[in-house]
Write a protein that binds this ligand. Sequence first.
Ligand SMILES: *[C@@H]1O[C@H](CO)[C@@H](O)[C@H](O)[C@H]1NC(C)=O
Length: 340
Amino acid sequence: MAKGNGAAMAAAAVLALAALLCSPAAGELARLEHTAKNGGSLSLLVVGDWGRKGTYNQSRVAEQMGKVGEQLDIDFVISTGDNFYENGLTGTDDQAFEQSFTDIYTAKSLQKPWYLVLGNHDYRGDVLAQLSPVLQKIDSRFICMRSFIVNAEIVDFFFVDTTPFQLKYWTHPKDDHYDWREVAPREKYLANLLKDLDEAMKKSTATWKIAVGHHTMRSVSDHGDTKELLQLLLPVLQANGVDFYINGHDHCLEHISSRDSPIQYFTSGGGSKAWRGVFQPNEDNLEFFYDGQGFMSLQLDQNQAEFTFYDVDGNELYQYTRSSPMETSHLRPSGYATEE
Ligand SMILES: *[C@@H]1O[C@H](CO)[C@@H](O)[C@H](O)[C@H]1NC(C)=O
């Protein structure tokens, strides 16, 4: 049964349903609205790579998410994908849905909408089942789509379906089967998606623009960078002034800043199995890396964005604050004036 079925959640679920029914194959991305709190502030948690029926410390991470979620009075949760291991869901009646989601994230503070993208492991199951609105009848929090937008007044979140980008899943699937129904052929899908994202980002008037995907753009852990995203998706994010890219895929917590643009990369993929023991630097700037389990919070208002990483015991590991472009341009004139 769905827990904490508040009016806001029900509204979000209805919106999600409406969006699913109306959104055409190509054209506009589904768009959900989420109201910011009184003064225009927002707090949320980000977790990725988690669905293991509580094992590998998934339950411990969930418990700490509940506590931090309570402290921050969160508005919603973002999942960066790999929602169900090893091979997604087998159907809408797969018990893993309850065992890995509903029965794990039980804290009161987590009874909010969850906006989820799909990971590569989700693509190894019945993708249409994981996208099905039927799941919202079991647990109304679960709002999973391929690519969509959540507008929360001060911020636009652009959720991007990154699995089809990675060429090796198509050409070298090894023993894995990927469910490309409604996706293949790859080139057409990606071209449409990039065009839709570009158009939506150009129209965005929010203070903050944040992209969310499963795969890494930059990472120092096991999977490393995702070449296809750097080549195809990053230019779209840069051209449209996207502030942050948030992902999972590598089972760790990391912050990397870009050498050639203001964009910041955050990996929150520590939802369950972690401790890979791999470290491979890339040419961008590594700001923070933690190889173990945990999650991230994000607190936003017009003026600043604050990211915090937490470990399996709820300890704060790292914090990063960025002033908004509006705030920065507001401060700039006096600085220039003194230079004249
Ligand atoms: C779970 O977390 C505890 C505490 O940090 C740690 O000792 C243990 O190794 C972790 N278990 C796994 C499977 O990662």
